[in-house]
Ligand binder design. Structure first.
Ligand code: F6P
Length: 320
């Protein structure tokens, strides 16, 4: 193997740049040519790729977003799209790729290998932390800290006005960010897709707190658990004295400089991904389990769900 490609795909996440940098520099140190593929799989189809030298990835370690850009590419989901992409890879002599992204991105890599024998290692990059096979995906730690900073600010204004805030955080199918942020910020309740929330009980608890002199109530809602607007408007009707307000944190959560944790995780996984390709590995995601590097087959990633640690919710309930 002489030539590889690297791309970021799907929702960006802080730490992707650090991973690209590690892939490029490791590949170079091992005597490989490495292409940066822009705009995810769209760039593969559009032949939007260039050789990266180690100095090209200088000054990006500490930046959020992805300097290779990203996209959610519908065309790549078709065989014709992947065939075009493969022809472009073949012309450049690219035999293997490192894909940094979520499960949709890894599924694209699986198809490319099955249909065209392009070898691939995946690096988990998604703030949702919904990928089976790794303790953490790139960007999760940064997003969580961004959310907790925002919640600290919201609690200042909530207690000044004696209000209840419903705060929506990202997490399409996963309550990881919501639950961890709830515990880290001392929120009163969390609504996640993994557990059914008893609204009658919840409203009663919020009212009890309010009546007992607590001036700040925060309920964190994972976006995958339902509409925060509907939840808050229901509470406004049933308990107007809570003076409910809504904050949707949105894409603020996906940007910003990666934390030291995300940078270092990205660097280690980036380096390991190239070494794995050189060892002949393919069809695997490289992550960590119990803090140690671990490989998981794409099929295992797709066929299993990452689960929410019940200790988070239990602790939240115990000490609220
Ligand atoms: O998968 C990461 C994520 O940030 C989800 O939490 C969110 O639902 C989705 O991406 C938003 O995607 P987009 O930026 O394409 O609207």
């Amino acid at each position: 193997m002489k030539t590889i490609g690297v791309l970021t795909s799907g929702g960006d996440s802080p730490g992707m740049n650090a991973a690209i940098r590690a892939v490029v520099r490791t590949a170079h140190a091992k005597g490989l040519v490495v292409y940066g593929i822009e705009n995810g799989y769209q760039g593969m189809i559009d032949n939007n790729m260039r050789i990266l030298q180690p100095h090209d990835v200088g000054g990006i370690l500490h930046r959020g977003g992805t300097f290779l850009y990203s996209a959610r590419c519908k065309e790549f989901r078709t065989y014709e799209g992947r065939e075009k992409a493969h022809n472009n890879l073949k012309t450049r002599g690219i035999e293997a790729i490192v894909v940094i992204g979520g499960d949709g991105s890894l599924a694209g890599a699986r198809d490319l290998y099955n249909e065209f024998n392009i070898r691939c290692i995946g690096i988990p990059g998604s703030i949702d932390n919904d990928l089976y096979g790794t303790d953490m995906s790139l960007g999760v730690d940064t997003a969580l800290n961004t959310i907790v900073n925002a919640l600290d600010m919201i609690s200042d204004t909530a207690s000044s006005h004696n209000r209840t805030f419903f705060v929506e955080v990202m997490g399409r199918n996963s309550g990881y960010l919501a639950a961890q942020a709830a515990l880290a910020s001392g929120a009163e309740a969390v609504v996640v897709p993994e557990y059914k929330f008893d609204w009658d009980k919840g409203i009663k608890q919020l009212l009890d707190r309010h009546n007992n002199g607590y001036r700040c109530n925060i309920v964190i809602v994972a976006e995958g658990a339902g509409s925060v607007l509907e939840m808050a408007s229901e509470v406004k009707k049933k308990a107007p004295e809570l003076d409910a307000r809504i904050t949707i944190l949105g894409h603020v959560q996906r940007g910003g400089a990666p934390t030291a944790y995300d940078r270092n995780l990205a660097s280690i996984l980036g380096r390991t991904s190239v070494e794995a390709l050189l060892d002949g590995k393919t069809g695997l995601m490289v992550g960590t389990q119990g803090g140690k590097i671990a490989f998981t087959s794409f099929e295992d990633v797709f066929n299993n769900k990452s689960t929410l640690d019940p200790a988070i919710i239990e602790t939240l309930v115990m000490i609220k």
